[in-house]
Design a protein around this ligand. Structure first.
Ligand code: AR6
Length: 173
């Protein structure tokens, strides 16, 4: 059985095996949670992302896909980078957003993580409503953990601010 929970806080300080980054296709950093994760992890994280861009993800990471790196100076062991759909660019398909969560959990299980923390992917710069992100994220994670109940001990949504936290809390209760 996997515990699925929501807390209010800063994802960079989470004591979990893997934290998920709401990145962009370049994988080379940005603002929001991506900026906070790179700042806290230090330059090693950017080096690993550059290596991904020089190799398998030469053309960038597609929307809805996920990939793991080490976590530099973060307490976590891995950062799993995913790219949410950008509503401002017309990416309004909830399946793309759901894929961010399910592909991230696939990658977490592949690397052997037992605990995973997610931010509200696409609920910031990428313009999705907190309620819709919460609904899509919770149902995608619940489906995933019910089909694979033994891989993960905890999936924790770590939300910045009361509004986004409330949306996830309501969806989970
Ligand atoms: N811990 C937890 N959540 C956070 C933190 C933090 N330290 N910092 C921000 N959030 P966003 P997106 C919340 O914009 O919408 C970047 O520039 C934030 O309040 O980080 O997927 C990337 O490089 C919001 O609720 O991600 C991309 O270009 C949520 O995290 C683009 O933004 C997501 O907001 C991705 O946009």
């Amino acid at each position: 059985m996997t515990v699925v929970e929501a807390v209010q806080g800063d994802i960079t300080t989470q004591q979990v095996d893997a934290i998920v980054n709401a990145a962009n296709s370049s994988l080379l950093g940005g603002g929001g949670v991506d900026g906070a994760i790179h700042a806290a992890a230090g330059p090693e994280l950017l080096e690993e992302c550059r290596a991904l861009r020089a190799g398998r993800w030469r053309d960038g990471l597609p929307v809805g896909e996920a990939v793991a790196t080490g976590a530099g100076r973060l307490p976590a062991r891995w950062v799993i980078h995913t790219v949410g759909p950008n509503r401002h660019a017309g990416q309004t398909d909830p399946a793309l957003l759901a894929s961010c969560f399910t592909r991230s959990l696939d990658v977490a299980a592949q690397v052997g993580a037992r605990s995973v923390a997610f931010p509200a992917v696409s609920a910031g710069v990428y313009g999705w409503e907190a309620e819709e992100v919460a609904s899509v994220a919770v149902s995608a994670v619940r489906d995933w953990v019910s089909s694979d109940p033994d891989s993960l001990e905890v999936v924790r949504f770590v939300l910045f601010g009361e509004t986004v936290f409330s949306a996830f809390d309501a969806e989970l209760s």
